[in-house]
Design a protein around this ligand. Structure first.
Ligand code: SME
Length: 158
């Protein structure tokens, strides 16, 4: 997709998401609509959220699958593992042009070729992440990062 077309699609998406999420305060409902809106407009392979939640044994925290669109995915991801666990640990957006070149990448779907993970940070801690997989190499760039980060600001409740 050309840069201009991508930006146009994201502009429309921003308006759609603001209208959907603005009046609603439930975070899961908003994550569900954001994932569906991104997925439908942009045509990615997998679009969804992971939330940072306590482990079942209470010994720590891990990423747990949240609202998503696309094929079934890994349910739990540990701190520092895969692209998602690394973005959590490093508290920064990761753009991976070729997932096969990312050490420890977790292949939830054999069709995923490139990926972007954007952490949602509140009061200095990562509380969730937006994860998007593409079936093509080198899909994500600074345009995706800028718009997706903007989209996520509508999730912030404080
Ligand atoms: N590939 C991710 C796992 C999540 S799925 O892509 C939905 C990773 O390496 O963390």
């Amino acid at each position: 997709m050309k840069k201009e077309e991508k930006a146009q699609r994201y502009e429309a998406l921003l308006q759609e998401v603001e209208a959907l999420v603005g009046p609603e305060s439930d975070e899961i409902a908003n994550m569900a609509n954001i994932a569906a809106a991104i997925h439908a407009r942009m045509g990615f392979h997998w679009t969804g959220f992971y939330r940072v939640l306590p482990t079942p044994d209470g010994s720590g925290e891990e990423l747990v699958l949240g609202p998503f669109q696309g094929p079934v995915a890994c349910t739990r991801i540990r701190y520092g593992r895969g692209v998602c666990g690394t973005a959590w640990k490093e508290k920064r957006t990761l753009i991976v042009p070729d997932v096969e070149q990312f050490p420890g990448h977790i292949a939830c779907s054999a069709l995923s070729r490139s990926e972007i993970v954007i952490p949602i940070v509140r009061k200095g801690a990562v509380t969730a992440e937006l994860d998007i997989d593409s079936a093509e190499l080198d899909t994500f760039d600074a345009v995706d990062e800028r718009y997706l980060t903007l989209l996520l600001t509508s999730l912030a409740t404080e």
